[in-house]
Design a protein around this ligand. Structure first.
Ligand code: ATP
Ligand code: MG
Length: 475
């Protein structure tokens, strides 16, 4: 594995295994520590530069004084011992040509660069060197006439100062790193406190499977919440929806089991009766088996309806462009065949024929069938069930109206509830799931299904949906 990949893999493992709080603490501490160390390092270099600069200024002044005193000093040692900062520098004049060196020799070491400055091949320079075992600073400047002035001062005090500064700054840096660690920990604790609360709540919900828990949101000026507070708020909203959906599911299961109990008991009674068929007369046997098959059909229908209701959305792959007019015509024809005693007049406005919408045809047919069956079931024989399909701008409106007893005002708000059946309807077959399913299908298609009392008696169901125009040439 290459170095980069290994580093990345290590980084990924670190991110996976460390809690967010540790990572944030380490990152903050590292950033602050880096800044502290950077500042210390910068301060060290500035102090060092300034101290040497002072020494260099002294050397330059000494050189100027020497040249002012004697414009053409003789080659060789000018000023005796090298001393400390404040003292005059020791000095010597060096020719570019080693052959012209004085017989007495030099006080300071003469390196080739000194000769180069003397010959004008190199600019003046400063350098550090060791003088009799002590640190010292040297300046070399050209004197003219193929000579260089070499000056030196002992740099012990400067070196000591620099060392002390380094020590002090290292201590300050270490304190900075420590402080950074404490700060990092503190910052991560405070910054992640809401996240920790959020995590705790989420874990509690996962453990107890109870979506009634909520995250406490600190009260603050609205619109000024931070990201975590907003996240907590949307988490709470999500929990609310989850709670609602869980309780809706529970209600559905409770209602379903309650509704299934009666037909299942009747079914069992008839089945038990048939088990003793030898003791029954043929007529009794026929009645019992007839009732049994009717009840079986009812239960099957009820279970199928429940399965349909448990579905939430229309499955995407089944969506296609539907022409509602054709669908309505087909549903009305089917209903007419199913209820031969009931006339089903249908009126489709010409501009409604072109309308189209994305939908699942089988489900939309189911919706229409539920409305038409109800209308026929609840109205007296021979009374017409009138269906109308109208276009109002980009909306399509379907109405199914019958001439039966209509829906009582006190029942109107509940007819779309699951298992709701008005007092008067209990004598007729049905389980009260038809309209709940119809509304669910309507909603899944972005349509609105409402019930009202028709003027002049009877019930009127209205379905409103936004549609587009079908492309010409397509059927
Ligand atoms: N056209 C109508 N006229 C009068 N009442 C109606 C009409 N349609 C529905 N209702 C009332 O609304 C209730 C709910 O209707 P829904 O279609 O959900 O149930 P259902 O027809 O009784 O049973 P299912 O449709 O499950 O066989 C009915 O029981 C009835 O009281
Ligand atoms: Mg019905």
């Amino acid at each position: 594995m290459s170095g980069g990949r290994r580093r990345r893999a290590l980084g990924a493992r670190w991110r996976r295994h460390r809690p967010l709080r540790t990572r944030l603490a380490v990152a903050t501490a590292a950033a602050v520590a880096l800044v502290a160390l950077g500042v210390c390092a910068a301060a060290y270099f500035v102090i060092r530069y300034e101290m040497y600069h002072q020494l260099d200024l002294n050397l330059t002044q000494s050189g100027t004084r020497i040249v002012q005193a004697d414009r053409h000093p003789a080659t060789g040692v000018l000023a005796g011992e090298c001393r400390y900062l404040s003292a005059p520098a020791c000095a010597q004049v060096v020719p570019s040509d080693a052959a012209k060196d004085p017989a007495a020799g030099y006080l300071l070491p003469v390196a080739p660069p000194v000769r180069e400055v003397a010959s004008g091949q190199r600019p003046p320079y400063f350098s550090n060197f060791t003088y009799e075992g002590h640190p010292a600073r040297m300046a070399v400047t050209p004197l003219g006439g193929g000579r260089a002035l070499q000056l030196a001062l002992r740099a012990d005090s400067v070196e000591r100062g620099v060392r002390q500064a380094a020590l002090l700054l290292s201590a300050a840096g270490a304190a900075g790193v420590l402080l950074a660690a404490v700060l990092g920990y503190g910052v991560s604790r405070t910054a992640l406190a809401p996240v920790a609360r959020l995590t705790a709540t989420a874990e509690r919900i996962a453990a107890t499977r109870d979506p009634r828990h909520r995250i406490e949101i600190p009260s603050g000026p609205p619109g000024r919440e931070d990201e975590v507070t907003r996240l907590a708020a949307s988490f709470n909203t999500m929990l609310g929806e989850l709670e609602q959906s869980v309780s809706a599911q529970r209600r559905l299961v409770a209602d379903a089991s309650h509704e299934l109990r009666t037909p299942l008991t009747a079914l069992r009674t008839n089945a038990e009766l048939l088990a003793r068929a030898d003791r029954l007369s043929p007529a009794q046997r026929d009645r019992a088996s007839g009732a049994l098959s009717r009840q079986l059909r009812e239960v099957t229908g009820l279970v199928n309806d429940l399965i349909e209701l448990a579905r939430d959305e229309e499955p995407q792959p089944l969506l296609e462009v539907v022409g509602p007019a054709a669908l309505v015509e087909h549903a009305v024809a089917t209903a007419a065949a199913h209820w031969p005693a009931t006339p089903f007049p249908l009126r489709v406005a010409p501009d409604a024929v072109r309308a189209a919408l994305p939908g699942v045809p089988a489900r939309l047919t189911r919706l229409l069938t539920n409305l038409l069956d109800n209308a026929a079931k609840f109205s007296p024989e021979g009374a017409p069930v009138e269906t109308e399909l109208l276009r109002a701008g980009s909306f399509l409106e379907l109405t199914v109206r019958d001439h039966g007893p209509g829906i009582a005002p006190e029942d109107l708000p509940y007819v779309f509830d699951r298992f709701y059946r008005a007092e008067a309807a209990r004598a007729l077959p049905g389980s009260g799931l038809g309209l709940a399913m119809a509304r669910q299908i309507a909603r899944a298609h972005g349509a609105e299904l409402t019930a009202e009392r028709a003027a002049g008696g009877g019930a009127l169901f209205r379905l409103r949906v936004e549609v587009t125009d079908r492309e010409p040439g397509r059927d």
